[in-house]
Ligand binder design. Structure first.
Ligand code: NAD
Length: 380
């Protein structure tokens, strides 16, 4: 028998509702697909408020070790600690394992209410760079000695005279590297080829930020030519680029022209939320953080801990369920992945979903989290 151990973080707030829902559905699908020949052994590891209450630590070393050792894991949403030296647990997990791709597939499910007329034309997979850019957290607050020192360096040693209000400016640094760009664009091109997708679009603001975002575009094209030249020549892959603001317009006007998107950290944040909103999936959008070189991957619910609805049995568990679908595909367990996706699709088509979705469906039936979970398990 093929048994795989998957470490999981239950998560805070609604995490304790969505994570067990996901596990019940995954277990049912794996059992149906493989009749006991393959099995997932879930191993709980601790992080967030649950960990803090248990052992006084927000992110115990054993949790990091489990993700490092077992390579592929999944997590519910975590409360961001206030103070205490950790800016964000999610960032700490990503940085420690160098999970450089934030992967966000975006597609529409029939039955889901969308604010656009043709949500079925949106079918994209966003590869957002996860470790660099203005999000690297290198910044100094206005009025601090550090901001003053940084400004003096810019002014006195670099000859920068363009800072309009130096005494009241905060400063941030935007590192974008050739290596960082190349590994992201390589992952996006490989994904496109493996999944027979037509194109990779580099989304950037290289017209304004010439060396950082412009570098991303230049290094991205060069990498594609060098490593995927054959696929480009025989038409299996097209590589193109789009300025970020134009891209956001085009996603509304001509979404069918885009497939795999490779972009920098900040752009990727905006782009993935806009696309998710276009398919009505902001609350159910799945995601993963992956290092394709080491194989490490953490799949995750993309929403937060939703304290306002926690414990009420009304939360929508689809984000972490669809993230588990991505995880099964990543593991090569395609059969249970498609069983789950089809079960969800059929339930949405029948207008049966949790209240956040059902209330927009004509004749929608609102199910509690536990009733929805049972419904999906039965449909598998
Ligand atoms: P949130 O995503 O928790 O909630 C925003 C709104 O969306 C709320 O009204 C909530 O009820 C609703 N909502 C979210 N997920 C839902 C679901 N699955 N089904 C139905 N409704 C849902 O964002 P927030 O309130 O800004 O953050 C709350 C906490 O979560 C904070 O501590 C924040 O730092 C943390 N957070 C964690 C993650 C993560 O771990 N990935 C992501 C975002 C926020």
């Amino acid at each position: 028998m093929d048994k795989i151990t998957v470490p999981f973080i239950m998560g805070d707030g609604v995490g304790v509702e969505v994570t067990p829902s996901m596990q019940a559905i995954v277990n049912a699908a794996v059992q149906k697909a493989y009749s006991g020949q393959r099995q997932i052994e879930w191993m709980e590891v601790w992080a967030g408020e649950r960990a803090f209450k248990k052992c006084g630590l927000w992110l115990p070393d054993e949790t990091m070790e489990a993700f490092r050792d077992y390579k592929v894991g999944i997590k519910g949403p975590l409360t961001t600690p206030v103070g205490g030296g950790i800016r964000s647990l999610n960032v700490a997990l990503r940085q420690t394992l160098d999970l450089y791709v934030c992967l966000r597939p975006v597609r529409w499910y029939q039955g889901i209410h969308s604010p656009v007329r043709h949500p079925e034309k949106v079918n994209m997979c966003v590869f957002r760079e996860n470790t660099e850019d203005i999000y690297a957290g290198i910044e100094w607050e206005a009025g601090t000695p550090e901001a003053e020192k940084f400004y003096r360096f810019l002014h006195d040693e670099m000859g920068v005279t363009k800072v309009r209000f130096p005494n009241t400016s905060s400063f941030g640094v935007k590192p974008v590297s050739k290596e960082g760009t190349e590994r992201l664009v390589r992952a996006a091109c490989r994904y496109a080829l493996e999944n027979k997708l037509p194109s990779v679009t580099l989304v950037h603001k290289g017209n304004i930020m010439k060396f950082t975002e412009g570098g991303f575009k230049k290094w991205g094209y060069e990498l594609a030519e060098r490593e995927f030249g054959e696929a480009l020549a025989d038409g299996r892959l097209v590589i193109k680029d789009c300025i970020a603001d134009a891209f956001l317009q085009n996603t509304l006007l001509i979404p069918e022209e885009y497939s795999v998107i490779a972009t920098l950290n900040l752009n990727g944040d905006y782009v993935s939320d806009q696309l998710a909103a276009m398919v009505g999936g902001i609350g159910i959008a799945p995601g993963a953080n992956i290092n394709y070189q080491t194989g490490h991957a953490i799949f995750e619910a993309t929403h937060g801990t939703a304290p306002n609805i926690a414990g009420k049995d009304i939360v929508n568990p689809c984000s972490i369920i669809l993230s588990a679908v991505m995880m099964l595909e990543y593991l090569g367990w395609k059969e249970p992945a498609s069983l789950i996706e089809h079960a969800l699709e059929r339930s949405f088509l029948d207008a049966r979903a949790t209240a956040d979705l059902a209330r927009f469906m004509p004749g929608g039936v609102s199910l509690s989290t536990s009733a929805f979970t049972r419904e999906i398990v039965e449909r598998i």
